[in-house]
Design a protein around this ligand. Structure first.
Ligand code: GTR
Length: 912
């Protein structure tokens, strides 16, 4: 017994001595010729050990471990096949092995051990740990794009130059970004651009196509090599994305073409130029992948996308490979990977045609459109992903532009984790392609307004965003309590406070993180960046979303089952049961999330030890989110009373809406105050593509202060309308005057039709008008041939002495958004065609304007032309040309409510 006690005492005396001795020296066994990424991992481990107080020596891996601490780092070549990027750490007393399934795995093993040592302050003496990623591709993207168009250029057209993208040439910044990606275990970096080739390769047959000067060209080559080498060292694969069909400006000018034109067929010269550009790129940068967007400048209907992919792009890659093989036979057999985007194309059909030709193909589709709304997409949207993920190639879920999160911070790990689980379980995705959290078009900066004009970096401000997505892309299912501890520790650490206080910060982030997804999926017009959610919505957008080109997929595929405001009001009035998530429920929930977000941070500011300014900004974001939530909630409730009035005709319903509308306006004013001085803008895409709540041309309507003006106007209008309604019950119907035919000389032989009941509208069918919006009466339409429109694009030339507007009727498509309708021409839509507003045609003017029995409802858009000889070009697909009116004729914007099944009353006039 005595001996035992002495033994125990001795053990306690000796043990710490021994531990200190161990802490002093560590030998790392690494091969001198280890792969660069292994060396990168070793370097990180070495730094962690040094920072914890160890003395580190690198020795040959075969060195016999002595008495001290030894860490053997290996990528054994002879192991049974293991998962890519996997690793195992084994620690038995002072002997540790890190074994990677490949060089990346070994690097991640080094990171894992280093992080454990940093956390505990000591080297583990007993550990068996194996890890491998769930998602094989974990990537983030950076846009070589700007918030505005470059002079004389169109959307996506941004040559790589130091003037436009100074950050692209900043090596220090790249290292910071790549380091943070590597430590988050991201393995792919996508660069987005319309037509990057003319900044990176010079073609023998088209030397004039290069669109940067010689010095810049050289610099671009240097930067591209630097970037790909540094990325590779960190296990990151660079992928260059491009849109089709865009050509360089000098190429377009020399060949008298437009740089991009959706209506044009595939021209041999463009195909040849593109094929050669791709070949030259593959030859020059064989380790860079390609991501292909078969849109937005290609014809929507027909087989152009399949043709282009199989006859231009894939052959271009093969040509490049062949040329490479002739120079260096060792790389000839490796097919560089091609990622096909499902955006604006029928990806399943394209893949079907392409897979027999090329094996190394990946697919990619947007997760929740251009927003974050729902972890588990449904319906047609989920079906697209599922179809693609079953092809046998790797399918990647793309968290695209976050149009509903801009510009505030987003750091709700739980919501992100649910999304990663949804990607796996629902969509079958094995890859993640992550956009910046906000300010995509303004990389590398955030929208925060900081003293002295300083800018914050996205890579720093949005660290939670990047860390959380990568963490759950690596492994999605992790116990909730462990996750809460993990994030609380990190968040507390950021501000030098305890884990307990970190928990409060996490609570705030989680609450904030639910507000924007819920708001958009219950009240939004679109999942696209056509709408900036955080700027609010007009009342007419809430009560009549159809008029603004409602993107129904948002509700059918990217939201849990539930009801829109209009459906809810209809069911209430008809005493029908509600289904799923309701607007009333969401109004209540978001108010609570706003309160929780603010409350969790209350008082903490006094205890913050580090990064005080950033903490104050998070507090401000929480207050912004609360104001936003209350603003939307009150406005949605007001909208429900307005919608009720449609059925009840009872002014008391409008009376009930009034104070709620006022309340929402008050909250908006608060948002204006909170964002003034703290944010430069709400949205980073500041071109005319943005429409909701207010058109954002030339950088306007990007702040809350600007949008407050129309919000006040609609409130004032409503008050007046309500007063007059009370004074006289007559005011309901707005007076509308008929539009007048303009004098236009058509070139060619066309039959015309007069808009009236029973008029036949096509040359080759008996389809005829039954009813029409009153202002269309008497307009002279042009009879098109239905069958021909299905097959070919249409072009009508005409001469007009004065400016004219052409009214074009689009049939509402019946198919899901990702497939291409094979009959009807899709109305110009900025979600899939960024040029859709060149003639002012993007907006629906008169919705549901005609009834042609047997045909879908018709929306009218207007194309504006100057005096002279003009050509209206329409892509393939059936549409109506309903007439020409003088340019100064006001075509009203409203919903005529004409459906085959009957008329529907509108109340938009109360607000405008
Ligand atoms: C459009 C969006 C563009 C771009 C594009 C795409 O809807 O307006 O900014 O993101 O989608 O997916 O490439």
């Amino acid at each position: 017994m005595r001996i035992l006690i002495i033994g125990i005492i001795l053990f306690f005396i000796i043990a710490p001595v021994k531990a200190t001795a161990v802490k002093n020296k560590v030998a790392l066994g690494v091969a001198a010729n280890a792969a660069p990424r292994v060396q990168f991992g070793v370097q990180y481990l070495q730094e962690a050990l040094k920072a914890t107080g160890y003395e580190v020596h690198i020795v040959a891996p075969g060195t016999k471990p002595g008495t001290g601490q030894f860490i053997l780092i290996q990528t054994p070549a002879d192991r049974a096949p293991v998962k890519k990027e996997s690793f195992t750490i084994n620690a038995v007393k002072q002997y540790i092995t890190i074994k990677g399934g490949d060089a990346s795995g070994t690097m991640y093993g080094c990171f894992e051990l280093a992080d454990r040592i940093k956390r505990s302050g000591t080297i583990p003496q007993e550990l068996t740990f194996t890890d491998a990623p769930e998602m094989v591709l974990r990537g983030q993207c950076i846009g070589l794009q700007k918030p505005y168009y470059l002079p004389g250029r169109n959307v996506y057209e941004y040559p790589y130059t130091p003037q436009t993208f100074p950050w692209f040439y900043n090596k220090k910044l790249w290292i910071q970004v790549l380091d943070s990606m590597a430590h988050n275990r991201m393995n792919s970096l996508y660069l987005w651009n319309g037509h990057p080739f003319a900044s990176l390769v010079r073609l023998r047959d088209y030397p004039y196509a290069v669109e940067v000067d010689d010095a810049t060209f050289k610099l671009n080559e240097e930067m591209y090599r630097f970037l790909t080498t540094e990325a590779d060292k960190r296990g990151i694969w660079v992928i260059q994305m491009f849109y089709n069909i865009i050509v360089s400006k000098p190429f377009a000018e020399k060949n008298h073409l437009k740089t991009q034109e959706r209506e044009r067929p595939i021209l041999p010269i463009i195909a040849d130029y593109t094929r050669k550009s791709i070949a030259a790129f593959v030859e020059k940068y064989p380790h860079v992948g390609l991501m292909v967007c078969l849109g937005e400048a290609m014809q929507g209907i027909g087989n152009d996308d399949i043709e282009w992919f199989t006859k231009t792009i894939i052959p271009g890659v093969k040509d490049g490979l062949k040329a490479l093989g002739e120079k260096d036979p060792s790389v000839a057999s490796e097919e560089p990977p091609i990622v096909l985007r499902a955006h604006d194309t029928d990806a399943p059909s394209v893949m079907k045609a392409a897979l027999p030709l090329y094996k190394n193909l990946y697919t990619e589709a947007k997760f929740n459109g251009e927003a974050l709304t729902d972890p588990r997409p449904r319906g047609p949207w989920a079906a697209l992903h599922q179809t693609l993920s079953k092809l046998g190639s790797v399918h990647i879920a793309n968290v695209h532009i976050l149009a509903n999160l801009e510009p505030f911070r987003y750091g709700a790990p739980d919501f992100i984790q649910q999304c990663a689980i949804g990607m796996n379980e629902v969509l079958g995705a094995h890859g993640l392609h992550l956009y910046p959290e906000a300010s995509y078009w303004d990389w590398p900066y955030t929208a925060d307004s900081i003293k002295n004009g300083k800018r914050l970096l996205q890579v720093e401000r949005d660290w939670v965003w990047y860390k959380a997505w990568s963490r759950y892309a690596w492994k999605s299912k992790r116990p909730g309590n462990e996750e809460a501890d993990y994030w609380s520790r990190l968040m507390g650490g950021q501000f030098g406070v305890s884990e307990e206080k970190g928990k409060a910060i996490l609570r705030s982030y989680e609450a904030m993180g639910l507000i924007a997804p819920k708001l958009l999926r219950r009240f939004g017009i679109t999942d696209g960046n056509r709408q900036t959610l955080t700027l609010g919505m007009l009342m007419t957008q809430l009560i009549n979303p159809y008029r603004y080109g409602l993107f129904t997929l948002l509700y059918e595929g990217e939201s849990p089952e539930g009801e829109m405001l209009t459906e809810y009001a209809d069911k209430e009035w008809n005493h029908q049961p509600h289904i799923g998530e309701t607007p009333v429920q969401i109004a209540k929930e978001v108010r609570k999330h706003g309160d929780d977000a603010v409350a969790a941070l209350q008082g903490l500011d006094k205890t913050i030890l580090k990064n005080k300014d950033e903490f104050a900004r998070i507090q401000n974001d929480a207050a912004c989110y609360r104001a936003l939530a209350y603003h939307y909630a009150a406005k949605a409730e007001a909208a429900l009373f307005v919608l009720r009035y449609k059925y009840s005709n009872d002014l008391k319903d409008l009376d009930k809406a009034e104070p709620l509308l006022k309340e929402s306006l008050n909250w908006y004013e608060q948002l204006v105050r909170l964002t003034k001085g703290s944010y430069l803008y709400a949205n980073s895409m500041q071109t005319q593509q943005r429409k909701i709540p207010i058109r954002g041309v030339n950088g306007t309507f990007k702040t809350w202060a600007e949008v407050l003006v129309p919000f006040k106007q609609e409130y004032a209008h409503f008050e007046k309308a309500l007063d007059s309604l009370k004074a006289s019950s007559k005011l309901g119907a707005a007076n509308r005057t008929a539009l007048k035919n303009a004098a236009v000389q058509l070139q060619g032989d066309y039959d015309r039709f007069r808009i009236d009941s029973l008029s036949a509208v096509f040359k080759d069918t008996a389809l005829a008008i039954r009813s029409y919006a009153p202002e269309l009466k008497g307009l002279m339409g042009v009879k098109m041939a239905f069958k021909q429109q299905v097959k070919e694009p249409a072009a009508i030339s005409f001469t007009n002495a004065k400016p004219v507007k052409v009214l074009v009727g689009f049939f509402k498509q019946q198919k899901a958004a990702f497939t291409k309708d094979t009959v009807y021409l899709k109305a110009p839509e900025l979600e899939t065609n960024a040029l859709a507003n060149d003639y002012g045609q993007a907006d629906t003017r008169i919705a549901n304007a005609l009834v042609i029995p047997g045909m879908p409802p018709v929306d009218i858009h207007v194309y504006e032309f100057k005096a002279g000889t003009n050509t209206l070009k329409l892509e393939r697909g059936v549409a109506l040309i309903l007439g020409f009116v003088d340019g100064d004729n006001l075509v009203p914007v409203y919903d005529a409510g004409l459906f085959e099944s009957g008329n529907k009353k509108q109340v938009d006039w109360l607000f405008e």
